[in-house]
Design a protein around this ligand. Structure first.
Ligand SMILES: [Zn+2]
Length: 108
């Protein structure tokens, strides 16, 4: 039993590490030389927008730039919505939500 818990913690740790590595990979290539870039700083502008500062990994280029990471639309509705946050809903999610609302549910 305790071995399983230990294994789960260990797997969770590895998974978090992998997720962290994936996060670093997400980004644009350098717009000038198209080499990979590295995020060096981020700044939360709002719950919908984060600015990320990238540095080009090509030493001969050295470009540093700011890009935006913005929430654009909802694909699946939150079960814990923050009503102060207004995010456009994709057509697919809207149709799914309307289907759920139109179900004729009865309380037993
Ligand atoms: Zn570059």
């Amino acid at each position: 039993m305790s071995t399983n818990v230990t294994q789960q913690k260990s797997l969770s740790c590895c998974w978090n590490l992998l997720e962290g590595l994936k996060m670093r990979v997400i980004g644009l290539p350098c717009p000038h030389c198209e080499q990979s870039v590295r995020a060096i700083k981020s700044r939360t502008m709002s719950p919908m927008l984060k600015e990320i500062t990238y540095r080009c990994q090509n030493e001969e280029c050295g470009h540093v730039f700011v890009a935006g990471l913005e929430v654009l639309r909802t694909l699946s509705l939150s079960a814990q919505p923050n009503y102060a946050v207004k995010i456009p809903i994709s057509q697919h999610a809207r149709a799914s939500a309307l289907n759920q609302l139109s179900l004729n549910l009865q309380v037993a």
